[in-house]
Design a protein around this ligand. Sequence first.
Ligand SMILES: Cc1cc2nc3c(=O)[nH]c(=O)nc-3n(C[C@H](O)[C@H](O)[C@H](O)COP(=O)(O)OP(=O)(O)OC[C@H]3O[C@@H](n4cnc5c(N)ncnc54)[C@H](O)[C@@H]3O)c2cc1C
Ligand SMILES: NC(=O)c1ccc[n+]([C@@H]2O[C@H](COP(=O)([O-])OP(=O)(O)OC[C@H]3O[C@@H](n4cnc5c(N)ncnc54)[C@H](OP(=O)(O)O)[C@@H]3O)[C@@H](O)[C@H]2O)c1
Length: 322
Amino acid sequence: MSSASTTDLPGTPELPDVTQHLVKPLAPVTGRVHATRLCTRSRKASGFVRHVEIDVSGTPLQDAWTAGQSFGVIPAGETPDGKPHKLRLYSIAAPTGGETGDGSIITTTVKRLVDEHWESHKLLYGVCSNYLCDLNVGDEIQLTGPVGKRFLLPKDPSKHDYIFIATGTGIAPFRGMIMDLIKQGMPSRVALLMGTAYESDLLYDDELRSLVSQHPQFSYHTAISRHTTPEQTEPLYVQDRLRVDADTLMPMLTSERTLIYICGLAGMELGVFQTLAKLLGPGELSQYLTVSDDLLADVDNWERSMIPKQLKKTKRMFLEVY
Ligand SMILES: Cc1cc2nc3c(=O)[nH]c(=O)nc-3n(C[C@H](O)[C@H](O)[C@H](O)COP(=O)(O)OP(=O)(O)OC[C@H]3O[C@@H](n4cnc5c(N)ncnc54)[C@H](O)[C@@H]3O)c2cc1C
Ligand SMILES: NC(=O)c1ccc[n+]([C@@H]2O[C@H](COP(=O)([O-])OP(=O)(O)OC[C@H]3O[C@@H](n4cnc5c(N)ncnc54)[C@H](OP(=O)(O)O)[C@@H]3O)[C@@H](O)[C@H]2O)c1
C-alpha cells in the first residue's frame, strides 16, 4: 500500500458528539410548514426543487440537530395496498440552530421525483418528494430524527479548510455548514463545487454568489454538465472543476488542513476519486484515499464496486450519496 493508515493521518478531524434518533418513526412529531419556495436559479429549470422550512418549536426536535444531519418525513396517506407510507430522509439545509437561530425552523431542499416508469412507461410521481413540495404554509407534517453522526463539521471547524462537492440537492447539507462557518467568522477557506445539468438548475445561486462577495475565504465553482456558458467553455462534471480551477483548489488539496465532503448522486464519488488520483501525487492522494500501487496505475478502470474495500477513503474525506 502506498498510503498512511487512517488512524495516524495528519489533519484527521475530531467530530462532535451529536444526538440521533430522538424522535422515532413509531412516534413522530408534528411540525408545521413555515415557508416554501422554489430555489432553482430560474423557474425554467429542468426540475422542480423547493426550499421547505418547517417549524418544529415545542417538539423534541427543537434545537436538537446539527448541520449535516438529516430528518425523516412520513408522508400522509397510504400505499395502494393500504399500508402507511414509509419514512424518507431529507438532509437538513439549515445551519445548526435553524433558520432563525433558536432551533425552531428546520429546512430541507427537495426535488420532485417525476419520471416515466422504467417498465410501464406510466407517469411516476415520487411519493414523499411531491408530498413535501405540495405542502402549503401552515400545513402539518410528521417528522422523525435527527439522523447521522459522521457527515458533520469537526468539533473545532477553525482547524480545517473545506472542499464541499455537491450534485443537485446534495447541496443541502453544505448550505447549513457554510452558514455555520459564517456564524463563526468564516475561520477557514471553503470551496463549494456545485454540479447541475443546466445553469437554470443551480440551487441557492443568488444566495451563494452574495456570500462570495462578502467572504473572501469562500469560493463557489459551478459545473454545468449539459451546455456551455460564457464562463464555462466545455460541459463539466463537478470533479472536472478540481482540474479546471486548479489555481484555487490545488493549494487546498495539498494542504493538511483540508477535508473533502461529497454529497448527492450515488456514483458521483467514483469520478471524484479518479480525478483526485490523476491530479495528486501518491503521498498527497493518501490524505484522502487509500489505494494500492497496482490500482493507482489503472485509474481509468476503477469501478464503484471497488469502494470501500479497494478504494478506501480516509478520515479526511466524508461521503453521503444516495
Ligand atoms: C440520508 C439521505 C438524505 C437525503 N436528502 C435528500 C434531500 O436533501 N433532498 C432530496 O430531494 N432528496 C433527498 N434524499 C432522497 C429522499 O430520501 C427520497 O429518496 C427522494 O425524495 C425520493 O422519494 P419519493 O418518496 O419522492 O420517491 P419514491 O416514491 O420513494 O420513489 C422512489 C423509488 O422509485 C424508484 N424509481 C425512481 N425513478 C423511477 C422510474 N423512472 N421508474 C421506476 N422506478 C423509479 C427508485 O428506484 C426509488 O426506489 C435523501 C436520501 C437519504 C438517504
Ligand atoms: N444526504 C444525502 O445523502 C443526500 C442529500 C441530498 C440529495 N441526495 C441525493 O442527491 C441526488 C441529487 O439528485 P438531483 O436530481 O438533484 O441531481 P441531478 O440533477 O440528477 O444531477 C446533478 C448533476 O450531477 C451530474 N452527474 C450525473 N452523474 C454524475 C456523476 N457520476 N458524477 C458527477 N456528476 C454527475 C448531472 O449530470 P447529467 O445529468 O448531465 O449527466 C448533473 O449535472 C438524489 O439522488 C438525492 O437522493 C442525497
